[in-house]
Write a protein that binds this ligand. Structure first.
Ligand code: LLP
Length: 423
């Protein structure tokens, strides 16, 4: 029985592809992030196929999951990357990415981010302010270069998602208003280190309807028409960001890339051929191909609750505490033991360190293993050392075999670079 992308029960044991998860755990211990890269690649192919009628580039949003073997597998499959910092750039290059397929976004790029991007020869900077335009132009000019940029439009489009991950409304810090973009384009000749190659937007994350993309694109095309006469070379790139929502549990739908491609084609009509289209999917490629495996540390019945205390906490998977996100939780071994209602929590000293409340699972004991599903996106990449807890180990299954992707941090790793007082 399939439970997630590339995960299924066979003979009552959870498998990642054809590998029994408990066999990996025996070597790595828990908590462990485990990804099925074959499933990630299948999602990438689905994404690419959906946009095949466009001149199209995929820039996978590295922030969703920056595990090196995952970036390597995507590189080999021909995927490009969208990086949000020089740290992410460094990881993409380490994984073998071709800099000419890398775009850099981010509302607060530093001089060092920009210098590293230019030195690596990335293809585009997605720019979010006049101040950033001046800085990129100045750095590029000093190096005798011209940087290709997309101006990030804030199209003021509402999306039905968690307020923390909605980004395309006027009140948000992201992007530039249509009038700011017109004003910047009219000054483009004063910015000799830049070429405006097109416009971008990113509306938010975990979006479940294609309609906001159509709305955003209509605003973007209008602004493009306004600025084209002001520029020496006609802009030819449109970047519609990421945001494609995934199915976290049976109660929710998902937004398939084909649905977005259809509304875009509809809005563009015959103009489709004029543009290169960039998409920046993150979550939709990786969320459901990753799990967080944890052990039951203690079972603690109290008066009206039954706590299942795991060895993974909010420092490993922050999404439930930060966004009240729900992740399905399953035992590694299917059993027909009596069902119990558990409050499933981590070991961190915060009440928000709670993964699920009154959640039905077959009766479990100390030492039993569970998997938190849909943890492939914004799981390990948002994890922290809170409570001085080492970062979890990570492993991947690729072409049917498993590989360690990251060792569990040691206690010494937790103090690397720190100094005592000279007493
Ligand atoms: N492009 C830009 C400019 C972005 O800011 C993002 C995500 C993406 C692409 C990828 O979006 P996706 O396809 O993954 O929805 N930590 C939150 C999600 C934050 C998203 C940040 N930006 C979560 O766990 O739900």
């Amino acid at each position: 029985m399939t439970v997630a992308d590339g995960f299924s029960y066979r003979d009552h044991e959870l498998h990642c592809g054809s590998v029994r998860v408990v066999d990996i755990i025996r070597e790595t211990g828990t908590p462990l992030y485990l990804y099925n890269l074959d499933a990630v690649l299948a999602r990438f192919e689905q994404h690419r196929a959906a946009f095949a009628s466009f001149s199209h580039r995929t820039s996978y949003a590295v922030k969703a999951n920056s595990t090196l073997p995952l970036l390597q597998a995507l590189t080999n499959a021909g995927c490009g990357f969208d990086v949000n910092s020089r740290g992410e750039l460094h990881r993409a290059l380490k994984a073998g990415a071709d800099a000419r397929r890398i775009t850099m976004t981010g509302v607060g790029k530093s001089r060092a981010d920009i210098e590293d991007g230019l030195a690596a020869g990335i293809s585009l900077f997605n720019v979010e302010s006049a101040s950033e335009c001046r800085l990129i132009s100045e750095i590029a000019e000093a190096q005798g270069m011209v940087a290709d940029i997309l101006l990030r439009l804030n199209p003021d489009v509402e999306t039905e998602t968690h307020p923390y991950i909605s980004t395309g409304e006027a009140a948000h810090k992201f992007g530039l208003s249509p009038s700011d973009i017109r004003s910047l384009a009219s000054q483009a000749s004063w910015l000799p280190g830049l070429r405006i190659a097109g416009l971008a937007f990113h509306l938010g994350s975990q979006i479940l309807s294609p309609a906001p993309y159509a709305q955003g694109l209509r605003v973007l095309l209008k602004v493009l028409d306004d600025i084209t006469p002001m520029l020496d070379r006609a802009p030819d790139i449109i970047d519609i960001g990421g945001g494609f929502g995934v199915r976290y549990d049976a109660h929710h739908g998902e937004l398939l890339p084909g649905q977005v491609a259809a509304v875009l084609a509809n809005v563009l009509g015959p103009r489709e051929e004029t543009w290169t289209l960039i998409t920046e999917p993150g979550r939709s490629l990786v969320a459901n191909a990753g799990v967080l495996v944890a052990s039951v540390e203690h079972v603690k019945p109290s008066e009206d609750r039954n706590f299942l205390i795991l060895d993974a906490g909010m420092n490993d998977l922050l999404r439930p505490a930060l966004y009240q996100a729900s992740h399905s939780i399953i035992p590694l071994r299917e059993s027909d033991a009596d069902m119990q209602l558990y409050d499933i929590v981590g070991p961190v000293c915060e009440s928000s360190d709670t993964f699920a409340v009154r959640y039905g699972l077959p009766s479990l004991e100390r030492g039993d293993l569970v998997a938190l599903l849909s943890a492939g996106a914004y799981g390990s990449s948002m994890s922290s050392n809170y409570n001085s807890r080492p970062l979890a180990a990570e492993a991947v299954v690729y072409e049917g075999r498993w590989h360690l992707a990251r060792e569990r941090q040691s206690l010494d790793d937790l103090q690397r670079g720190e100094r005592l007082l000279p007493l």
